[in-house]
Design a binder for this molecule. Structure first.
Ligand SMILES: O=c1[nH]c(=O)c2[nH]c(=O)[nH]c2[nH]1
Length: 290
C-alpha cells in the first residue's frame, strides 16, 4: 500500500489571555481589559516531522503560546484582528520553515462596573480568523457568535412542501428565535475593525427585528444584505442560524386556550439555516475561510 502525507497544520488551541492596561497614576488608575481565547495554527516544511520524527522545522506549540503572551505584553492587544495579524506575521516572518499562519481569536466582553471592576457580558462573543503567508498575503475574517435573538411575532412559515411525512402545521404567527454566528470577509481596504464590527452587528440586529419573516432563510438573507449595504469594507458574510423552535403548549386539557402566549422552548433538534451573502464583484476569497 502506498500512502503519502496530506495537508497538515499544527498550533496551540485556546490560549486564554487577559491583558490589562492601566491608565493613570498607580493608586488611582482606570483599568481596561481584553479577554481573549487565541488559537494559532502553522503550516510549512513539516514533512520531516511527520515522516521521520525530525523536529528541526517545528516551532513548538508551547513557544507559540508564549509568543502570544509576550506580544500582548510588548504591543498590547488593540482590535483582535490587529493582534491576530501581528502574531501571524511574526510566525511567518521569523521562521523560514513556517509558510502559513492562521490565528483565530475569540474575545469575551466585560462591561465596566468601576475603575478596575468589570461584569462579564453574558451574550455574544466577538471572533476573528486571520491568515498570513510567506508571499505577504493576508486575509481577515471578523465575526460574532452566540448572539441570541428573538421576535415574538412577525414570523410566518407556510407554503412549504407537504409529503406523506409532513406533520408541521402552517403558521402565520410564531416565535422566531436564533443564536447568530456570523463571519464576514474584509476587502482589505480598511483596518477600522472596531467600526465595521459595530456596523455589521447593528445591521444584523436591525434586519432581524425589522424583517417580517416568511422563513428564517429570508431573514438570514435580509441580515446579510443589510450588513453588506451598511459596511462597504466587507464583501462577503456567512451566517449560521439555528431555528430555536418555540412550540405553543396545548392547554386545552385544562380548559384553557393558548393564543400564542405559552410556549415550550425546545433545545433540540433544531433547524439549522446557513448561507452566505456576497457582493457580485467580491474578490476571490483565497484561503480566508480555511
Ligand atoms: O424558517 C423556517 N425554515 C425552514 O426551512 C423550516 N423548516 C421547518 O420545519 N420550520 C422552518 N422554519
Amino acid at each position: 500500500m502506498s500512502v503519502k502525507l496530506g495537508p497538515n497544520r499544527y498550533g496551540k488551541a485556546e490560549i486564554r489571555l487577559v491583558r490589562v492596561v492601566r491608565d493613570g497614576p498607580v493608586d488611582d488608575a482606570v483599568h481596561h481589559v481584553k479577554d481573549l481565547n487565541v488559537s494559532t495554527s502553522l503550516s510549512g516544511d513539516m514533512d520531516a516531522v511527520h515522516l521521520t520524527g525530525d523536529n528541526a522545522a517545528v516551532l513548538p506549540t508551547d513557544t507559540q503560546k508564549n509568543t502570544a503572551y509576550a506580544l500582548a505584553r510588548e504591543h498590547g492587544v488593540g482590535q483582535i484582528e490587529e493582534f491576530a495579524l501581528l502574531l501571524a506575521r511574526h510566525f511567518v516572518e521569523s521562521q523560514p520553515t513556517v509558510h502559513h499562519a492562521r490565528v483565530e481569536i475569540d474575545e469575551y466582553a466585560w462591561r465596566r462596573e468601576g475603575p478596575h471592576s468589570f461584569v462579564r457580558e453574558g451574550g455574544e462573543v466577538r471572533t476573528c480568523a486571520v491568515h498570513h503567508d510567506r508571499d505577504g498575503r493576508s486575509t481577515v475574517v471578523s465575526g460574532l457568535k452566540d448572539l441570541v435573538l428573538m421576535n415574538t411575532t412577525g414570523s410566518e412559515f407556510h407554503g412549504y412542501i407537504v409529503d406523506e411525512y409532513t406533520t408541521l402545521q402552517p403558521t402565520t404567527d410564531r416565535i422566531l428565535a436564533t443564536a447568530v454566528a456570523a463571519r464576514w470577509r474584509h476587502t482589505g481596504d480598511t483596518t477600522a475593525y472596531g467600526k465595521s464590527y459595530e456596523q455589521v452587528r447593528g445591521s444584523l440586529l436591525d434586519a432581524f427585528a425589522g424583517t417580517h419573516s416568511l422563513s428564517l432563510q429570508q431573514t438570514l438573507y435580509a441580515m446579510g444584505e443589510r450588513a453588506l449595504t451598511a459596511c462597504p469594507e466587507i464583501c462577503e458574510i456567512r451566517l449560521s442560524m439555528p431555528n430555536k423552535h418555540h412550540f405553543p403548549v396545548d392547554l386545552s386539557p385544562f380548559g384553557l386556550d393558548n393564543q400564542n402566549e405559552v410556549f415550550f422552548a425546545a433545545d433540540r433538534p433544531y433547524g439549522l439555516i446557513e448561507g452566505s451573502v456576497l457582493r457580485e464583484d467580491a474578490s476571490d476569497a483565497g484561503f480566508a475561510w480555511e
